[in-house]
Design a binder for this molecule. Structure first.
Ligand SMILES: NC(=O)c1ccc[n+]([C@@H]2O[C@H](COP(=O)([O-])OP(=O)(O)OC[C@H]3O[C@@H](n4cnc5c(N)ncnc54)[C@H](O)[C@@H]3O)[C@@H](O)[C@H]2O)c1
Length: 267
């Protein structure tokens, strides 16, 4: 029988809930990691969302612990790491998954929204690295994963300058960490989803298609994809499990694009 790919690993997913009903990337990643044998810390600013994910994992007979907290706050991020050590004794993988969208280019976007997106999408990822890396260095191993976006490498047709900028930045954050820590057993990689059918798009991106209803938005997104359909949260979760596992032991500093090929036609 095949060994489970994350057997006995402690995996923290930050943004492990889902913003609406159904499967978000973080929720699917947490559940998939548990299915592969990991002990999961499900972190979310929304405690109910974190507990829902943990309940799903427990219902499948797997191990998980919730943590309610805001990843933009340094002390809270430190407390997450302490929770992992206190609960499971180590921390093998941290997957930073939170990200929000604010529509608009530099002229339209309010300065307060620029700062809000930077805080949530980028500063939190920096804080996660800041507090996780010393633990991982002490262990002599660890994996940092960040959910970026193809919006960090391509213009996707919607002007959201703060989102694109932060998604480009987290990819570079991973690369920088990867190189600094490559000889200490620590890897860092960024996952770049394309157009995915997750609860988030019905919240944050709905406005971008203001002349259409929800069904038309989905059709428009499906049509843009070379395969004819968007990906889903499990596509991101499977990429996360791969990068977290030893199968990816020689992969670091990379962007793994999970987009059904859409960036190939956006060149
Ligand atoms: N769906 C897509 O088409 C798509 C495409 C590319 C990239 N992404 C990326 O995927 C990620 C989102 O995935 P998802 O489907 O899990 O989204 P989601 O919004 O459903 O879930 C994210 C979770 O993060 C939590 N969260 C938000 N701010 C937080 C904070 N400050 N501290 C702790 N938790 C916080 C939310 O409460 C929510 O439960 C984002 O990084 C997004 O940019 C999505």
């Amino acid at each position: 029988m095949r060994a489970q790919r994350l057997e006995d690993r402690v995996v923290m997913v930050i943004g492990a809930g889902s913003i609406g009903p159904g499967w978000g990337n973080g929720k699917a990643a947490a559940v998939q990691a548990a299915r592969e044998g990991a002990k999961v810390i499900a972190v979310d600013i929304n405690g109910d969302a974190a507990r829902e994910t943990v309940q799903i994992i427990h219902d499948e007979g797997r191990e998980a612990s919730p943590f309610e907290g805001d990843a933009t706050d340094s002390d809270t991020v430190q407390a997450m790491m302490e929770h992992a050590i206190a609960t499971y004794g180590r921390l093998d993988v941290v997957h930073h998954n939170i990200g929000i969208v604010a529509l608009g280019g530099p002229v339209e976007l309010e300065e307060k929204d620029w700062h809000r997106v930077l805080d949530i999408n980028l500063t939190s990822a920096f804080l996660v690295c800041k507090h996780a890396l010393p633990l991982m260095e002490h262990q002599g191993s660890g994996v940092i994963l960040v959910t970026g976006s193809i919006a960090g490498i391509r213009y996707t047709g919607v002007p959201y300058v703060s989102y694109s900028t932060t998604k480009a930045a987290v990819a570079q954050l991973c690369q920088s960490v990867a190189l600094q820590y490559a000889d200490r057993g620590i890897r860092a990689n960024c996952i770049l989803p394309g157009l995915m059918d997750t609860p988030m798009i019905y919240q944050g991106l709905k406005e971008g298609y203001s002349a259409t209803d929800q069904r038309e938005m989905v059709e428009k997104r499906n049509t843009q994809c070379p395969t004819g359909t968007m990906g889903d949260a499990w596509d991101v979760a499977n990429a996360m499990v791969f990068l977290a596992s030893d199968e990816a032991r020689y992969i670091t500093g990379q962007n793994l694009v999970v987009d059904g090929g859409i960036t190939c036609k956006m060149a």
